[in-house]
Design a protein around this ligand. Structure first.
Ligand code: FES
Length: 126
């Protein structure tokens, strides 16, 4: 949340720690709650926490976060407007969103899809 020099946030809302936002991640091992600075790239936040958005194969064969390979998809359980062209298509057609093209600006919840093969997802994802 934006704050002025007095430290008072918009509309008088209070934050316990405006320097951090909470990212809740549902993944194959369970649920993890990460505390990251606002503006953190989602892919980097996941990788820094040891949570991969990739399959075993694409862990090494990906574009490194350039928005080109479409292998870093996650489900956003907290809706967010897309900014990248691929992310707009993913949002429009219901595909996982590219974690490398999203920043965490507020508390959010995401789920990493189960991936069997190159970019493949399980059937139970919505
Ligand atoms: S890492 Fe390649 S599209 Fe995200």
């Amino acid at each position: 949340m934006a704050t002025d020099e007095s430290g008072v946030g918009e509309e008088g809302a209070e934050d316990d720690d405006p320097e951090r936002v909470e990212l809740t991640v549902e993944h194959g091992e369970g649920t993890s709650v990460l505390s990251v600075p606002p503006g953190t790239n989602l892919r980097k936040a996941l990788l820094n926490a040891g949570i991969s958005p990739y399959t075993a194969l694409t862990e090494r064969a990906n574009c490194g976060g350039r928005g080109l390979c479409a292998t870093c998809g996650v489900r956003l359980l907290t809706p967010r407007a897309p900014e990248h062209w691929h992310d707009r298509l993913a949002a429009r057609f219901g595909y996982p969103r590219l974690s490398c093209q999203l920043t965490v600006t507020r508390d959010a919840r995401v789920r990493t899809p189960e991936k069997a093969v190159w970019g493949g997802r399980s059937h139970d994802e919505s």
